[in-house]
Design a binder for this molecule. Structure first.
Ligand code: FAD
Length: 493
């Protein structure tokens, strides 16, 4: 297993400062990591700088679905749904251990107007036709009793029947990290804690946020993949830039799995093409999401009490025992980088937008689900508009992500689901270094995972470990803080 650590970062910074590149990617979310992977695997010389940690922006705060998006049907975005459903199959091929099928249940409320029952049925049919059925298993119907058996928290008196269909979930932060590591294996040079603070033609001035020094990076093309911060990056160019991104905030909650048990995710219709959903996630059930315009500070979007109350208010009518504020174990907020246009944020398209200004290409918008296709288009666009040369077409349709491959027998599922073929390395580390104790009480993570994160996943801080290498920060009431001293000790070692 290759080292991918702060030592690697240090060596990479030396290279970033002394060599010049075809492409410099700004941002280590799913989009930036994807662009680096796609471009490097086509033979381009690629650098990537991320201001904080991989996936520290929106790419660790999503609903964690790889999906067509039933609600986009309500907005008539059939093309987007079809494309997303095809990408769902593609991502499962690329990383089956990370992108895993989950059964969805869409209940029809008992006293719903006939129109709603009919339109949900029609939406399911259309979803199938657009590609929904070509994944894992067939769509089915459930009676009230069957629906209640699958999801005992649902109040049966409100249920008429339910539709069952398949989608996929993914650990968004680990997917992003995995794409970044795969990019490195294809030759990309990556550094976290390195922020672009100035742009001038083909040069980018960067701040090494650990070493406190400034570096000058040179590239023929600079790809701005800074998500909701992409307007700020564009504004670093002489002459500045117009506003193109309108952030939309989404909040999720985590409650103990025992309160909303079962293996199925729930898609609960609220009317008007809107839904509240639940998703089983280890010891918790995730509940999401709000969708509202956001004009606060981009770096400090956090769940507000009224948003938590709003989500509880949406889900409670469906539950036999309503959830209370004190049931909430964790919460997180993310900002969608939506293209600026009129209309409510829920209606704004999830499509991406590409633009060029001199050597700077900006890619913004899109979905986690469609990253592979979106980054392939970005690299094509950069080659044509900025590099001015023909390059091979994307190879991502034939490549897999790091960790995809046969797994060793006897590896526990909780490790396989996060490390794939590398789970055996984590176990070996646990045995050799005597690190097979649980890291956080009540959660399956092992101490060895911190050592592995430091050596092979470029983790630098306690937050990297609690928020993104593991997801402990929303899975326990104290956010995993009780383990902080031990994590610090292990990272230092
Ligand atoms: P980010 O992940 O935000 O990455 C941008 C990166 O750029 C950040 O890490 C930031 O630190 C870095 N950066 C910023 N400025 C600089 C600089 N000057 N120098 C260096 N680096 C810089 N999609 C789905 O497909 N399925 C879902 O279930 C889903 N649910 C969602 C739920 C919510 C609430 C939200 C908000 C989004 C959801 N999405 C979902 C959409 C998806 O999460 C986003 O489209 C995707 O994560 C955006 O990734 P990104 O790389 O473009 O942006």
């Amino acid at each position: 297993m290759d080292e991918f650590s702060l030592r690697t970062r240090e060596r990479n910074l030396e290279r970033l400062a002394s060599e010049s590149f075809d492409l410099l990617v700004v941002g280590g979310g799913i989009t930036g990591a994807g662009v680096a992977f796609d471009a490097a695997s086509r033979g381009l010389k690629v650098a990537l700088v991320e201001r904080a940690d991989f996936a520290s922006g929106t790419s660790s705060r999503s609903s964690r679905f790889v999906h067509g998006g039933l609600r986009y049907l309500a907005h008539g975005e059939l093309g987007l749904v079809r494309e997303s459903l095809a990408e769902r199959t593609e991502l499962r091929r690329m990383a089956p251990y990370l992108v895993r099928p989950v059964l969805f249940m869409l209940p029809v409320p008992r006293r719903a107007p006939r129109r709603l029952g009919g339109s949900l049925g029609a939406a399911m049919l259309l979803y199938d036709v657009l590609g929904g059925r070509r994944f894992n298993g067939r769509r089915a119907r459930a009676t009230t009793g069957q629906a209640h058996a699958r999801s005992p928290a649902l109040a049966p008196q409100h249920l008429e029947r339910a539709h069952l269909y398949w989608e996929a979930t993914v650990d968004d932060a680990r997917l992003t990290l995995t794409v970044a590591r795969t990019a490195a294996q294809h030759g990309a040079v990556l550094a976290t804690r390195c922020s672009v603070i100035g742009l001038d033609g083909n040069e980018a001035r960067c701040e090494d946020r650990l070493g406190g020094r400034e570096l000058l990076l040179r590239a023929r093309c600079i790809v701005n993949a800074a998500g909701v911060w992409s307007d700020r990056v564009r504004a670093l160019q002489p002459g500045g830039a117009t506003i193109d991104i309108r952030p939309a905030k989404g909040v999720h909650l985590a409650v103990p799995r025992t309160l909303v048990p079962g293996d199925a995710a729930l898609m609960l219709p609220l009317g008007g093409g809107r839904f509240v959903f639940t998703c089983p996630w280890g010891v918790v059930t995730l509940i999401g999401t709000t969708d509202s315009d956001y004009d606060g500070p981009l770096d400090r979007a956090a769940p507000e009490e009224d948003e938590i109350a709003e989500l509880l208010g949406r889900i409670n009518p469906w539950l036999e025992r309503p959830l209370e504020r004190s049931d909430v174990v964790g919460a997180y907020a993310g900002l969608r980088p939506l293209p600026a246009r009129e209309g409510s944020t829920a209606d704004l398209s999830r499509r991406h937008r590409l633009s060029a200004s001199g050597p700077l290409v900006t890619i913004a918008g899109g979905k986690l689900t469609t990253w592979r296709k979106m980054v392939a288009e970005t690299v094509d666009f950069a080659a044509e508009r900025v590099l001015g040369e023909r390059i091979p077409s994307t190879r991502t349709t034939e490549l897999t992500l790091d960790g995809t491959g046969p797994s060793a027998p006897g590896v526990p599922a909780h490790l396989h689901e996060r490390y794939g073929a590398h789970a055996a390395d984590v176990l070996a580390l646990a045995r050799e270094q005597d690190l097979d104790r649980p890291l956080v009480e009540g959660l399956p993570y092992l101490e060895a995972e911190v050592a592995y994160a430091a050596r092979h996943e470029m983790a630098a801080t306690v937050d990297d470990v609690l928020d993104r290498r593991t997801r402990a920060s929303i899975e326990t009431r104290d956010g995993g803080r009780s383990a902080a001293p031990r994590i610090e000790e292990l990272l230092a070692t």
